[in-house]
Design a protein around this ligand. Structure first.
Ligand SMILES: NC(=O)C1=CN([C@@H]2O[C@H](COP(=O)(O)OP(=O)(O)OC[C@H]3O[C@@H](n4cnc5c(N)ncnc54)[C@H](O)[C@@H]3O)[C@@H](O)[C@H]2O)C=CC1
Ligand SMILES: O=C(O)C1=N[C@H](C(=O)O)C[C@H](O)C1
Length: 276
C-alpha cells in the first residue's frame, strides 16, 4: 500500500530535503505540499523547489481543504503552525510525524490528548545516530552521572529560532530521569557574571548559533581525572529526512498513540547492559 504524505513547510530547509527524500522512498508518495499563506512560492512545483524536477505537486496554503488528499502529515514548521495542523489532523483523523521543536508544555499536552484518537510520532531529532546517543547517555548517566559534572553543548545555524535545541533538552531530560532529578529544577542555561562554584547536581546547557552549522550536540560527563564526551555531528539534513520517512511508513501502521523515534527504531525496550 502506498502511503500518501503531506509535507507542511515544504519550502523550508527541512521541507526541501523531505520532498526529495520522500519522493525516493518506496511506499511513500508526496501528494500535498504546503507553505504559509502569502508565500510567493505558492503554486510552484514542490519537486522543482527541491531540485529534483517537477513531481506534479504544487505548493498550496490551506491544509484544511486538502485533508482528503493525504494519510500522514509531516510537519517541520513552527510551534504555532504545528498547533494549527494538530487540530486539523485530529478533526480529520489523519496521522502525523512532527519534527518541529520549541513546542510549549501546553502544546505537548495537546499532542498527548489528540493521540488518544490519532497516531503521532513527535521527536526533536529524527536522526538514527542521535537516537542511539540517547541510549548511550542513559547508560553514561547511570554509570557515572551522580559523580559527574554534566554539560550539554549544542551548535546550530544562525537561522535557528529556539534555544536550547529540542535535542539538547531531550538529552537533558534523559540524563535527569536516569539520575532521579527533575530537569526543570537542575538545568542551568548559560553562565555569566559571579556564578559561584558549580553545584554537582546541575546540568548545564551551552548554545552556539553560527553560520550554516547543521546541528551538533556534545554531552560531557566530567569527574576528577577523566572526561567522557558523547558527541553527534549532523553534516546534512538528509539524516533527519530519512528518519522522518521511516517514521511516516511506521506511523501509517498505527491506529493511535503518541510515539517517538525510539518506538520507530525499535529501541524503546532495548536494554543495553553494562557491568556484567
Ligand atoms: N526533529 C528533527 O529531526 C529536526 C527538527 N527540526 C525542526 O524543524 C523546524 C523547521 O526547521 P527548518 O526547516 O530549519 O525551518 P525553516 O524556517 O527553514 O522552515 C519552516 C517552514 O515552515 C513554513 N511555515 C510556517 N508556518 C507554516 C504554515 N502555517 N503552513 C505551512 N508552512 C508553514 C515556513 O514558511 C518555512 O518555510 C524547526 O522547529 C527545527 O528545530 C529541524 C531539523 C531536524
Ligand atoms: O533547527 C534545526 O536545524 C534543528 N533542530 C532540531 C533541534 O532543535 O534539536 C534538530 C537538529 O539538530 C536540527
Amino acid at each position: 500500500m502506498t502511503v500518501r504524505v503531506a509535507i507542511a513547510g515544504a519550502a523550508g530547509r527541512m521541507g526541501r530535503v523531505l520532498i526529495k527524500t520522500l519522493h525516493e522512498t518506496p511506499g511513500l508518495m508526496v501528494t500535498v505540499a504546503t507553505e504559509m499563506a502569502g508565500s510567493n512560492l505558492l503554486g510552484c512545483d514542490a519537486g522543482e523547489l527541491a531540485g529534483i524536477g517537477a513531481i506534479g505537486t504544487p505548493l498550496r496554503a490551506n491544509l484544511h481543504d486538502l485533508v482528503a488528499e493525504f494519510d500522514v502529515l509531516i510537519d517541520f514548521t513552527t510551534p504555532a503552525a504545528t498547533q494549527h495542523h494538530l487540530a486539523l489532523c485530529h478533526n480529520a483523523a489523519r496521522r502525523m510525524v512532527i519534527g518541529t521543536t520549541g513546542l510549549s508544555p501546553d502544546l505537548h499536552q495537546q499532542l498527548a490528548r489528540a493521540a488518544q484518537d490519532i497516531a503521532i510520532v513527535a521527536a526533536p531529532n529524527m536522526s538514527i545516530g542521535v537516537n542511539l546517543c540517547f541510549k548511550l547517555l542513559d547508560i553514561a548517566a547511570r554509570v557515572m552521572g551522580q559523580e559527574s559534572d554534566i554539560e550539554i553543548i549544542e551548535a546550530h545555524h544562525r537561522h535557528k529560532i529556539d534555544a536550547p535545541s529540542g535535542t539538547a533538552l531531550k538529552m537533558g531530560d534523559i540524563i535527569a530521569t536516569a539520575l532521579g532529578r527533575d530537569l526543570a529544577e537542575v538545568a542551568v542555561y548559560g553562565r555569566h557574571g559571579h556564578t559561584g562554584v558549580r553545584d554537582r547536581h546541575t546540568i548545564g546547557f551551552e548554545t552556539i548559533r553560527a553560520g550554516d552549522v547543521v546541528g551538533e550536540h556534545s554531552v560531557w560527563f566530567v569527574v576528577d581525572g577523566e572526561r567522557i564526551e558523547i558527541t553527534h555531528k549532523a553534516s546534512h539534513r538528509i539524516n533527519f529526512a530519512n528518519g522522518a520517512a521511516r517514521a511516516a511508513n511506521w506511523i501509517a501502521q498505527q491506529k493511535c498513540g503518541l510515539f517517538d523515534m525510539q518506538d520507530v527504531l525499535g529501541l524503546r525496550d532495548t536494554s543495553l547492559r553494562f557491568g556484567e
